[in-house]
Design a protein around this ligand. Structure first.
Ligand SMILES: Cc1cc2nc3c(=O)[nH]c(=O)nc-3n(C[C@H](O)[C@H](O)[C@H](O)COP(=O)(O)O)c2cc1C
Length: 466
Protein backbone atom coordinates (compact mmCIF):
# COMPACT_ATOMS: atom_id res chain seq x y z
CA UNK A 1 0.00 0.00 0.00
CA UNK A 2 1.38 3.41 -0.93
CA UNK A 3 1.70 6.22 1.57
CA UNK A 4 -1.35 8.46 2.01
CA UNK A 5 -0.77 11.94 0.61
CA UNK A 6 -1.96 14.73 2.88
CA UNK A 7 -3.72 17.44 0.94
CA UNK A 8 -4.82 20.85 2.09
CA UNK A 9 -7.75 22.15 0.08
CA UNK A 10 -7.20 25.90 0.20
CA UNK A 11 -10.68 27.13 -0.62
CA UNK A 12 -10.51 30.71 -1.86
CA UNK A 13 -14.24 31.01 -2.46
CA UNK A 14 -15.98 33.37 -0.03
CA UNK A 15 -18.98 31.08 -0.39
CA UNK A 16 -17.26 28.43 1.76
CA UNK A 17 -19.12 25.10 1.68
CA UNK A 18 -21.33 26.43 -1.11
CA UNK A 19 -18.40 26.89 -3.46
CA UNK A 20 -18.70 25.33 -6.90
CA UNK A 21 -14.91 25.10 -7.13
CA UNK A 22 -14.86 23.13 -3.87
CA UNK A 23 -17.26 20.54 -5.32
CA UNK A 24 -14.71 19.84 -8.07
CA UNK A 25 -11.80 19.28 -5.71
CA UNK A 26 -13.88 17.20 -3.30
CA UNK A 27 -15.08 15.03 -6.18
CA UNK A 28 -11.53 14.38 -7.39
CA UNK A 29 -10.14 13.65 -3.93
CA UNK A 30 -13.13 11.44 -3.12
CA UNK A 31 -12.16 9.18 -6.03
CA UNK A 32 -8.71 8.50 -4.58
CA UNK A 33 -7.98 5.90 -1.91
CA UNK A 34 -4.53 6.87 -0.63
CA UNK A 35 -5.22 10.44 0.34
CA UNK A 36 -6.44 12.38 3.34
CA UNK A 37 -7.43 16.00 3.27
CA UNK A 38 -8.38 19.03 5.29
CA UNK A 39 -10.13 22.16 4.08
CA UNK A 40 -9.14 25.75 4.90
CA UNK A 41 -12.01 28.09 4.03
CA UNK A 42 -9.76 31.05 3.26
CA UNK A 43 -12.30 33.07 1.27
CA UNK A 44 -14.96 32.81 3.93
CA UNK A 45 -12.71 33.35 6.95
CA UNK A 46 -10.89 36.33 5.52
CA UNK A 47 -13.81 38.26 4.04
CA UNK A 48 -14.48 40.56 7.02
CA UNK A 49 -11.87 43.24 7.66
CA UNK A 50 -11.65 41.89 11.24
CA UNK A 51 -10.70 38.22 10.94
CA UNK A 52 -10.30 35.46 13.53
CA UNK A 53 -6.60 35.08 14.43
CA UNK A 54 -7.19 31.60 15.84
CA UNK A 55 -8.48 30.57 12.42
CA UNK A 56 -5.26 31.82 10.81
CA UNK A 57 -3.13 29.84 13.26
CA UNK A 58 -5.18 26.74 12.44
CA UNK A 59 -4.63 27.33 8.72
CA UNK A 60 -0.88 27.72 9.24
CA UNK A 61 -0.85 24.42 11.18
CA UNK A 62 -2.73 22.75 8.33
CA UNK A 63 -0.12 23.95 5.82
CA UNK A 64 2.63 22.49 7.99
CA UNK A 65 0.70 19.19 8.16
CA UNK A 66 0.10 18.77 4.41
CA UNK A 67 2.27 17.42 1.60
CA UNK A 68 0.35 19.29 -1.09
CA UNK A 69 -2.03 22.19 -1.54
CA UNK A 70 -4.87 22.35 -4.04
CA UNK A 71 -5.69 26.01 -4.56
CA UNK A 72 -9.42 25.70 -5.03
CA UNK A 73 -10.81 29.01 -6.06
CA UNK A 74 -13.13 30.96 -8.31
CA UNK A 75 -11.69 33.53 -10.69
CA UNK A 76 -12.60 37.00 -9.46
CA UNK A 77 -11.95 40.07 -11.61
CA UNK A 78 -9.34 38.33 -13.74
CA UNK A 79 -7.44 36.89 -10.77
CA UNK A 80 -8.09 35.00 -7.52
CA UNK A 81 -10.34 36.68 -4.92
CA UNK A 82 -8.75 39.32 -2.71
CA UNK A 83 -9.04 36.96 0.27
CA UNK A 84 -6.46 34.57 -1.22
CA UNK A 85 -3.91 37.36 -1.66
CA UNK A 86 -4.69 38.52 1.86
CA UNK A 87 -4.12 35.00 3.19
CA UNK A 88 -0.58 34.89 1.80
CA UNK A 89 0.09 38.40 3.05
CA UNK A 90 -1.02 37.51 6.58
CA UNK A 91 1.22 34.46 6.55
CA UNK A 92 4.12 36.64 5.36
CA UNK A 93 3.34 39.17 8.12
CA UNK A 94 3.45 36.34 10.65
CA UNK A 95 6.93 35.50 9.30
CA UNK A 96 5.74 32.04 8.24
CA UNK A 97 6.12 32.11 4.43
CA UNK A 98 8.73 29.36 4.59
CA UNK A 99 6.14 26.73 5.56
CA UNK A 100 5.16 26.35 1.89
CA UNK A 101 8.63 25.40 0.68
CA UNK A 102 9.05 21.97 -0.91
CA UNK A 103 5.32 21.18 -1.03
CA UNK A 104 3.43 20.38 -4.21
CA UNK A 105 0.62 22.62 -5.41
CA UNK A 106 -1.94 22.76 -8.15
CA UNK A 107 -5.13 24.69 -8.82
CA UNK A 108 -8.77 23.89 -9.40
CA UNK A 109 -10.64 26.96 -10.53
CA UNK A 110 -14.19 27.49 -11.67
CA UNK A 111 -15.14 30.51 -13.72
CA UNK A 112 -16.50 31.55 -17.11
CA UNK A 113 -13.00 31.44 -18.63
CA UNK A 114 -12.80 35.20 -18.63
CA UNK A 115 -9.07 35.84 -18.15
CA UNK A 116 -8.74 32.68 -16.07
CA UNK A 117 -5.23 32.24 -17.49
CA UNK A 118 -4.10 35.29 -15.50
CA UNK A 119 -5.41 33.73 -12.29
CA UNK A 120 -3.62 30.46 -12.93
CA UNK A 121 -0.39 32.24 -13.87
CA UNK A 122 -0.56 34.23 -10.66
CA UNK A 123 -1.11 31.08 -8.58
CA UNK A 124 1.70 29.31 -10.40
CA UNK A 125 4.19 32.18 -10.11
CA UNK A 126 3.31 32.90 -6.48
CA UNK A 127 3.51 29.22 -5.50
CA UNK A 128 6.92 29.01 -7.16
CA UNK A 129 8.07 32.15 -5.35
CA UNK A 130 7.14 30.38 -2.10
CA UNK A 131 9.34 27.44 -3.06
CA UNK A 132 6.51 25.11 -4.07
CA UNK A 133 6.38 22.70 -7.02
CA UNK A 134 3.37 23.85 -9.03
CA UNK A 135 1.73 21.42 -11.43
CA UNK A 136 -0.65 22.75 -14.09
CA UNK A 137 -4.20 22.87 -12.76
CA UNK A 138 -7.69 22.77 -14.23
CA UNK A 139 -10.43 25.27 -14.88
CA UNK A 140 -14.10 24.44 -15.31
CA UNK A 141 -17.30 26.29 -16.00
CA UNK A 142 -20.55 25.55 -14.21
CA UNK A 143 -21.54 22.66 -16.50
CA UNK A 144 -18.24 20.84 -17.12
CA UNK A 145 -18.41 18.55 -14.10
CA UNK A 146 -21.82 17.31 -15.14
CA UNK A 147 -20.25 15.61 -18.20
CA UNK A 148 -18.89 12.07 -17.63
CA UNK A 149 -15.97 12.58 -20.05
CA UNK A 150 -14.86 15.71 -18.17
CA UNK A 151 -15.09 13.83 -14.86
CA UNK A 152 -12.88 11.09 -16.30
CA UNK A 153 -10.23 13.69 -17.15
CA UNK A 154 -10.46 15.31 -13.72
CA UNK A 155 -9.89 11.89 -12.11
CA UNK A 156 -6.82 11.34 -14.27
CA UNK A 157 -5.56 14.81 -13.38
CA UNK A 158 -5.85 14.33 -9.61
CA UNK A 159 -4.35 10.86 -9.73
CA UNK A 160 -1.38 12.19 -11.69
CA UNK A 161 -0.98 15.06 -9.27
CA UNK A 162 -0.93 12.80 -6.23
CA UNK A 163 1.47 10.40 -7.93
CA UNK A 164 3.76 13.32 -8.74
CA UNK A 165 3.76 14.23 -5.02
CA UNK A 166 4.50 10.63 -4.10
CA UNK A 167 7.42 10.35 -6.56
CA UNK A 168 8.64 13.89 -5.85
CA UNK A 169 8.48 14.40 -9.60
CA UNK A 170 10.56 17.25 -11.03
CA UNK A 171 8.55 20.31 -12.10
CA UNK A 172 9.63 23.00 -14.56
CA UNK A 173 9.55 26.69 -13.72
CA UNK A 174 7.53 28.83 -16.15
CA UNK A 175 8.23 32.40 -15.08
CA UNK A 176 11.47 33.93 -13.86
CA UNK A 177 11.75 34.74 -10.16
CA UNK A 178 11.06 38.39 -9.38
CA UNK A 179 14.20 40.47 -9.11
CA UNK A 180 14.56 42.44 -5.92
CA UNK A 181 16.32 45.34 -7.63
CA UNK A 182 15.16 48.68 -6.28
CA UNK A 183 13.21 51.01 -8.54
CA UNK A 184 15.11 54.21 -9.42
CA UNK A 185 14.14 57.07 -7.15
CA UNK A 186 11.96 59.50 -9.13
CA UNK A 187 13.13 63.08 -8.54
CA UNK A 188 11.28 65.39 -10.92
CA UNK A 189 12.69 68.82 -11.65
CA UNK A 190 11.06 71.49 -9.49
CA UNK A 191 9.51 74.55 -11.04
CA UNK A 192 8.94 76.46 -7.78
CA UNK A 193 9.01 79.86 -9.44
CA UNK A 194 6.24 79.08 -11.95
CA UNK A 195 2.69 79.97 -11.01
CA UNK A 196 0.45 76.92 -11.53
CA UNK A 197 -1.43 77.08 -14.85
CA UNK A 198 -5.20 77.65 -14.48
CA UNK A 199 -7.24 74.47 -14.82
CA UNK A 200 -10.44 73.84 -16.69
CA UNK A 201 -13.25 71.96 -14.99
CA UNK A 202 -15.04 71.00 -18.20
CA UNK A 203 -14.02 67.36 -18.09
CA UNK A 204 -14.53 65.74 -14.72
CA UNK A 205 -11.29 63.91 -14.09
CA UNK A 206 -10.84 61.60 -11.11
CA UNK A 207 -7.53 60.06 -10.14
CA UNK A 208 -7.96 56.89 -8.10
CA UNK A 209 -4.84 55.82 -6.25
CA UNK A 210 -3.44 53.74 -3.41
CA UNK A 211 -0.80 56.37 -2.56
CA UNK A 212 -1.06 60.14 -2.48
CA UNK A 213 1.06 62.87 -0.94
CA UNK A 214 3.52 60.41 0.57
CA UNK A 215 7.23 60.07 0.09
CA UNK A 216 7.00 57.60 -2.78
CA UNK A 217 7.55 57.59 -6.52
CA UNK A 218 3.83 57.22 -7.19
CA UNK A 219 2.96 60.38 -5.25
CA UNK A 220 5.55 62.32 -7.24
CA UNK A 221 4.34 60.83 -10.53
CA UNK A 222 0.82 61.97 -9.65
CA UNK A 223 2.07 65.50 -8.89
CA UNK A 224 3.87 65.76 -12.23
CA UNK A 225 0.86 64.39 -14.08
CA UNK A 226 -1.58 66.76 -12.39
CA UNK A 227 0.69 69.77 -13.02
CA UNK A 228 0.84 68.96 -16.74
CA UNK A 229 -2.84 68.09 -17.18
CA UNK A 230 -5.08 70.96 -18.29
CA UNK A 231 -8.22 69.95 -16.34
CA UNK A 232 -8.64 69.99 -12.59
CA UNK A 233 -8.21 66.58 -10.99
CA UNK A 234 -10.05 65.14 -8.00
CA UNK A 235 -7.91 62.58 -6.15
CA UNK A 236 -9.50 59.58 -4.43
CA UNK A 237 -7.31 57.46 -2.14
CA UNK A 238 -8.85 53.97 -2.15
CA UNK A 239 -7.32 53.19 1.25
CA UNK A 240 -9.64 55.69 2.84
CA UNK A 241 -12.91 53.97 2.00
CA UNK A 242 -14.42 52.27 5.11
CA UNK A 243 -14.74 48.78 3.59
CA UNK A 244 -16.90 46.49 5.66
CA UNK A 245 -15.56 43.32 3.99
CA UNK A 246 -14.52 41.76 0.69
CA UNK A 247 -16.95 40.64 -2.00
CA UNK A 248 -18.65 37.44 -0.84
CA UNK A 249 -19.82 36.36 -4.31
CA UNK A 250 -23.45 36.21 -3.16
CA UNK A 251 -24.70 37.82 -6.43
CA UNK A 252 -27.28 39.90 -4.60
CA UNK A 253 -26.11 42.76 -6.84
CA UNK A 254 -27.07 40.78 -9.94
CA UNK A 255 -30.33 39.41 -8.59
CA UNK A 256 -31.69 42.28 -6.51
CA UNK A 257 -29.61 45.18 -7.79
CA UNK A 258 -27.98 46.07 -4.50
CA UNK A 259 -24.80 44.94 -2.77
CA UNK A 260 -25.26 42.86 0.38
CA UNK A 261 -22.51 44.86 2.11
CA UNK A 262 -23.83 47.93 3.87
CA UNK A 263 -20.76 50.16 3.68
CA UNK A 264 -21.97 52.20 0.69
CA UNK A 265 -19.25 51.01 -1.69
CA UNK A 266 -21.65 50.28 -4.53
CA UNK A 267 -22.96 53.87 -4.54
CA UNK A 268 -19.48 55.29 -4.10
CA UNK A 269 -18.17 53.30 -7.08
CA UNK A 270 -21.13 53.99 -9.35
CA UNK A 271 -21.01 57.72 -8.59
CA UNK A 272 -17.34 57.67 -9.45
CA UNK A 273 -17.50 55.94 -12.82
CA UNK A 274 -20.85 57.26 -13.95
CA UNK A 275 -20.11 60.91 -13.38
CA UNK A 276 -16.51 61.23 -14.51
CA UNK A 277 -15.26 61.79 -18.06
CA UNK A 278 -11.71 60.70 -17.40
CA UNK A 279 -10.36 58.21 -14.87
CA UNK A 280 -6.66 58.07 -14.04
CA UNK A 281 -5.26 55.23 -11.96
CA UNK A 282 -2.23 55.56 -9.68
CA UNK A 283 -1.11 52.06 -8.73
CA UNK A 284 1.71 50.49 -6.75
CA UNK A 285 2.75 46.96 -7.64
CA UNK A 286 3.31 44.34 -4.95
CA UNK A 287 4.40 40.73 -5.43
CA UNK A 288 3.00 39.56 -8.75
CA UNK A 289 0.07 41.96 -8.77
CA UNK A 290 -0.95 45.39 -7.61
CA UNK A 291 -1.18 46.35 -3.94
CA UNK A 292 -3.83 44.03 -2.43
CA UNK A 293 -6.15 46.95 -1.66
CA UNK A 294 -6.74 47.14 -5.45
CA UNK A 295 -8.07 43.60 -5.46
CA UNK A 296 -10.47 44.42 -2.65
CA UNK A 297 -11.58 47.53 -4.56
CA UNK A 298 -11.93 45.74 -7.92
CA UNK A 299 -13.77 42.70 -6.53
CA UNK A 300 -16.22 44.99 -4.80
CA UNK A 301 -16.77 46.91 -8.05
CA UNK A 302 -18.46 43.73 -9.33
CA UNK A 303 -21.54 45.22 -7.66
CA UNK A 304 -21.87 47.10 -10.96
CA UNK A 305 -22.33 43.74 -12.72
CA UNK A 306 -20.93 43.35 -16.23
CA UNK A 307 -21.87 46.89 -17.18
CA UNK A 308 -18.75 48.44 -18.59
CA UNK A 309 -19.35 51.90 -17.17
CA UNK A 310 -16.27 53.61 -18.58
CA UNK A 311 -17.25 52.72 -22.14
CA UNK A 312 -16.22 55.45 -24.58
CA UNK A 313 -14.55 57.56 -21.88
CA UNK A 314 -10.81 57.88 -21.33
CA UNK A 315 -8.29 56.56 -18.82
CA UNK A 316 -4.56 56.45 -18.07
CA UNK A 317 -2.38 54.45 -15.70
CA UNK A 318 0.57 55.55 -13.58
CA UNK A 319 2.27 52.50 -12.13
CA UNK A 320 5.09 52.24 -9.62
CA UNK A 321 7.04 48.98 -9.59
CA UNK A 322 8.71 46.49 -11.89
CA UNK A 323 5.95 46.29 -14.51
CA UNK A 324 8.35 44.97 -17.16
CA UNK A 325 8.77 41.82 -15.05
CA UNK A 326 5.01 41.39 -14.76
CA UNK A 327 3.59 41.17 -18.28
CA UNK A 328 0.44 39.62 -16.81
CA UNK A 329 -0.32 42.78 -14.84
CA UNK A 330 0.08 44.78 -18.03
CA UNK A 331 -2.20 42.33 -19.81
CA UNK A 332 -4.76 42.67 -17.04
CA UNK A 333 -4.75 46.47 -17.41
CA UNK A 334 -4.89 46.28 -21.20
CA UNK A 335 -7.59 43.60 -21.14
CA UNK A 336 -9.71 45.57 -18.68
CA UNK A 337 -9.21 48.65 -20.85
CA UNK A 338 -10.13 46.91 -24.10
CA UNK A 339 -13.15 44.97 -22.84
CA UNK A 340 -14.48 48.08 -21.12
CA UNK A 341 -13.67 50.32 -24.16
CA UNK A 342 -11.99 52.62 -21.64
CA UNK A 343 -9.57 54.14 -24.14
CA UNK A 344 -6.47 54.06 -22.01
CA UNK A 345 -4.03 56.62 -23.37
CA UNK A 346 -1.08 54.91 -21.75
CA UNK A 347 0.45 52.92 -18.93
CA UNK A 348 3.56 54.65 -17.59
CA UNK A 349 5.76 52.94 -15.01
CA UNK A 350 8.59 54.41 -12.97
CA UNK A 351 11.19 52.01 -14.37
CA UNK A 352 12.45 54.75 -16.70
CA UNK A 353 16.20 55.03 -16.26
CA UNK A 354 16.25 58.71 -15.43
CA UNK A 355 13.84 61.12 -13.77
CA UNK A 356 13.91 63.58 -16.64
CA UNK A 357 12.69 60.96 -19.07
CA UNK A 358 9.92 59.78 -16.72
CA UNK A 359 8.83 63.38 -16.19
CA UNK A 360 8.62 63.89 -19.97
CA UNK A 361 6.63 60.66 -20.36
CA UNK A 362 4.12 61.77 -17.73
CA UNK A 363 3.76 65.23 -19.26
CA UNK A 364 3.26 63.70 -22.68
CA UNK A 365 0.62 61.32 -21.29
CA UNK A 366 -1.25 64.18 -19.62
CA UNK A 367 -1.39 66.11 -22.90
CA UNK A 368 -2.38 63.08 -24.97
CA UNK A 369 -5.13 62.16 -22.53
CA UNK A 370 -6.60 65.66 -22.67
CA UNK A 371 -6.43 65.83 -26.47
CA UNK A 372 -7.97 62.37 -26.92
CA UNK A 373 -10.83 63.29 -24.57
CA UNK A 374 -11.59 66.45 -26.54
CA UNK A 375 -11.44 64.56 -29.87
CA UNK A 376 -13.59 61.74 -28.41
CA UNK A 377 -10.95 59.43 -29.82
CA UNK A 378 -11.88 55.74 -29.72
CA UNK A 379 -9.07 53.21 -29.70
CA UNK A 380 -9.17 50.11 -31.82
CA UNK A 381 -9.82 46.88 -29.97
CA UNK A 382 -7.83 43.69 -30.48
CA UNK A 383 -7.99 40.12 -29.29
CA UNK A 384 -7.97 40.94 -25.56
CA UNK A 385 -11.04 43.15 -25.88
CA UNK A 386 -12.96 41.28 -28.55
CA UNK A 387 -12.36 37.88 -27.00
CA UNK A 388 -13.32 39.10 -23.54
CA UNK A 389 -16.41 40.88 -24.79
CA UNK A 390 -17.65 37.80 -26.62
CA UNK A 391 -17.42 35.77 -23.41
CA UNK A 392 -19.42 38.45 -21.57
CA UNK A 393 -21.92 38.75 -24.42
CA UNK A 394 -22.65 35.01 -24.48
CA UNK A 395 -22.80 34.81 -20.69
CA UNK A 396 -25.22 37.71 -20.27
CA UNK A 397 -27.39 36.54 -23.15
CA UNK A 398 -27.64 33.01 -21.77
CA UNK A 399 -28.61 34.37 -18.33
CA UNK A 400 -30.70 37.33 -19.55
CA UNK A 401 -33.77 36.34 -17.53
CA UNK A 402 -31.74 36.58 -14.33
CA UNK A 403 -29.17 39.33 -14.93
CA UNK A 404 -31.72 41.82 -16.18
CA UNK A 405 -29.75 45.05 -15.66
CA UNK A 406 -26.77 43.62 -17.52
CA UNK A 407 -29.07 42.40 -20.29
CA UNK A 408 -30.65 45.83 -20.73
CA UNK A 409 -27.21 47.45 -20.83
CA UNK A 410 -25.97 45.02 -23.51
CA UNK A 411 -29.13 45.30 -25.60
CA UNK A 412 -29.26 49.10 -25.50
CA UNK A 413 -25.63 49.43 -26.58
CA UNK A 414 -25.83 46.89 -29.39
CA UNK A 415 -23.35 44.58 -27.66
CA UNK A 416 -25.20 41.48 -28.77
CA UNK A 417 -23.28 41.21 -32.04
CA UNK A 418 -24.08 37.58 -32.79
CA UNK A 419 -23.31 36.81 -36.44
CA UNK A 420 -26.68 35.10 -36.92
CA UNK A 421 -28.46 38.38 -36.18
CA UNK A 422 -27.13 39.92 -39.42
CA UNK A 423 -29.89 39.22 -41.97
CA UNK A 424 -27.92 40.54 -44.95
CA UNK A 425 -25.04 38.28 -44.03
CA UNK A 426 -27.41 35.33 -43.59
CA UNK A 427 -28.87 35.86 -47.08
CA UNK A 428 -25.42 36.31 -48.58
CA UNK A 429 -24.25 33.01 -47.10
CA UNK A 430 -27.40 31.23 -48.21
CA UNK A 431 -26.91 32.37 -51.81
CA UNK A 432 -23.18 31.72 -51.79
CA UNK A 433 -23.67 28.33 -50.16
CA UNK A 434 -25.81 27.29 -53.12
CA UNK A 435 -23.58 28.85 -55.81
CA UNK A 436 -20.35 27.51 -54.31
CA UNK A 437 -21.38 23.92 -54.82
CA UNK A 438 -20.27 24.58 -58.46
CA UNK A 439 -16.53 24.52 -59.04
CA UNK A 440 -16.53 27.13 -61.90
CA UNK A 441 -18.16 29.63 -59.51
CA UNK A 442 -15.51 28.96 -56.89
CA UNK A 443 -12.77 29.40 -59.50
CA UNK A 444 -14.23 32.71 -60.64
CA UNK A 445 -14.50 33.88 -57.03
CA UNK A 446 -10.86 32.95 -56.52
CA UNK A 447 -9.84 35.15 -59.49
CA UNK A 448 -12.00 38.13 -58.52
CA UNK A 449 -11.50 37.94 -54.73
CA UNK A 450 -8.51 40.33 -54.31
CA UNK A 451 -10.23 43.23 -56.11
CA UNK A 452 -13.66 42.56 -54.61
CA UNK A 453 -12.32 42.38 -51.05
CA UNK A 454 -11.08 45.96 -51.10
CA UNK A 455 -13.63 47.40 -53.56
CA UNK A 456 -15.58 49.59 -51.09
CA UNK A 457 -12.49 50.65 -49.17
CA UNK A 458 -10.69 51.65 -52.36
CA UNK A 459 -13.68 53.74 -53.40
CA UNK A 460 -13.34 55.75 -50.16
CA UNK A 461 -9.60 56.18 -50.65
CA UNK A 462 -10.03 57.26 -54.29
CA UNK A 463 -12.86 59.72 -53.53
CA UNK A 464 -10.77 61.54 -50.91
CA UNK A 465 -13.93 62.08 -48.82
CA UNK A 466 -13.93 62.43 -45.04
C1 LIG B 1 -16.81 39.31 -7.86
C2 LIG B 1 -16.80 38.28 -8.95
C3 LIG B 1 -15.87 38.39 -9.96
C4 LIG B 1 -15.81 37.42 -10.96
N1 LIG B 1 -14.86 37.56 -11.94
C5 LIG B 1 -14.73 36.60 -12.88
C6 LIG B 1 -13.71 36.71 -13.88
O1 LIG B 1 -12.93 37.66 -13.94
N2 LIG B 1 -13.62 35.70 -14.79
C7 LIG B 1 -14.47 34.63 -14.80
O2 LIG B 1 -14.35 33.79 -15.67
N3 LIG B 1 -15.45 34.50 -13.85
C8 LIG B 1 -15.58 35.45 -12.89
N4 LIG B 1 -16.55 35.34 -11.92
C9 LIG B 1 -17.40 34.13 -11.89
C10 LIG B 1 -16.88 33.09 -10.89
O3 LIG B 1 -15.54 32.77 -11.12
C11 LIG B 1 -17.69 31.79 -11.01
O4 LIG B 1 -19.03 32.06 -10.74
C12 LIG B 1 -17.17 30.68 -10.12
O5 LIG B 1 -17.65 29.45 -10.59
C13 LIG B 1 -17.61 30.81 -8.66
O6 LIG B 1 -16.98 29.76 -7.95
P1 LIG B 1 -17.27 29.46 -6.42
O7 LIG B 1 -18.68 28.95 -6.34
O8 LIG B 1 -16.26 28.41 -6.06
O9 LIG B 1 -17.09 30.71 -5.64
C14 LIG B 1 -16.68 36.31 -10.94
C15 LIG B 1 -17.64 36.22 -9.92
C16 LIG B 1 -17.70 37.17 -8.93
C17 LIG B 1 -18.72 37.05 -7.84
Amino acid sequence: MSRKIRVLVANGSPKGEYSLSLQHTLYMLGQEAEVEWRIAHIGEALSPMEYDRAWLEGAIAAIRWCDAIVWTTPVYTMLVPWQVIRFLDLIAEAGESRIFAGKYATSMMTCFHYYDHLAEEWLRGTSKDLGMCFIEGRTADNTDMLKPEVRASTRFFMHEFLEACRRSAPVERKSAPLSCLPIPDFRPSRADGDAPAPKSSQRRTVLVTDEYRQDGNLSRMIDVFIAAYPNSVEVVDINEFPYEAGCQGCLRCELVGECDRKDGFQQFYMDLVNTCDVLVFGMNLEGRYLKPIWKLFLDRSFANGHRTSMMGKHTAYLVSGRLRELPNVRQFLEGKDQVGRENSMGIISDEAEDSLHLEALLQELAGRLARATEARYQKSVGFLGLGGMKIFRDLIYSMRGVVRDDHRFYRERGLYDFPQRNTANELFNLAMGAAFTLKPVRLQAFQRMPAMYIQKHKAIVDSGRE
